[in-house]
Design a binder for this molecule. Sequence first.
Ligand code: PLP
Length: 294
Amino acid sequence: MPALAYVNGRYAPVSDAVIPVEDRGFQFADSVYEVVAFLNGRFLDPEKHLWRLRRNLAALHIEGVAGDAALLSIAKRLVARSRLRDGILYIQVSRGVARRDHPFPAATRPTLVMVARRFDFAQRIAQQKLGVAVISLPEQRWARADLKTTGLLPAVLSKQEARDAGAFEAMLVAGDGSVTEGASTNLWMVDNAGCIRTHPLSARILPGVARDTLMALARADGLRIEERAFTLEEARSAAELFLTSTTAPILPIVSLDGAPVGTGVPGPVAARLAALTWTEISRQTGWGQAGPAA
Ligand SMILES: Cc1ncc(COP(=O)(O)O)c(C=O)c1O
């Protein structure tokens, strides 16, 4: 099933969807985005994604965007028309089209783009049993990494460097030695006392939806969890490392800069959290309950 797009009221195959060259998203990365998973035709955590989208729009002073109910109804219609069951919905809102000039233009209409495309979540379950590799790289992003804007060049370059090194993700390390997050994921460690740690919410990291869900699941399960930054050195001696994101709800990290993490295979805490995560996904969407995927 090809990806289907919605652009300012029009539905079209993604290969036919276009925006004007003077769209500020294209020229200035003056735009925000969201990536929402849908499984079994149902969105995962839609309220959290809409909340974050509103927060980002407010931070950029982009006004005049349809309300949550209208956005959700466009999103549902797009997914229904796409006839996909499992996939990701990409939402992008730019400040709109105007003659190129840095300051905000007067009275432009925001551009609203959505794309629904297939995504195989079952592959993540297979990957979870093997784990993935990461490499550490210097943090190069701007000082507002908490905003989900399309200004993603530092993330693109870091991710490519990771891929060139045969790794799944880049572990971004700030100037003070602390690990912030991945190029497109939140990062976690389990220390040798069994405590789960991740960077606290601040301007240095994206407040991940999967991060939020995992934290709630871990707390409800009685696991010890702390929002406290860890250093690259601590990561190197961690019992376990793992990452979370919408497209990788949890993946153990088994290699850091070519050295094994812990025992070099996915650990018990990540396995427990993975079980909780997929149960929650199934609870929200019904995914995996009927088929063999889970
Ligand atoms: C920099 C960064 N951190 C974390 C995440 C994970 O966020 P979420 O769990 O909402 O997908 C992403 C997702 O794209 C990201 O780009």
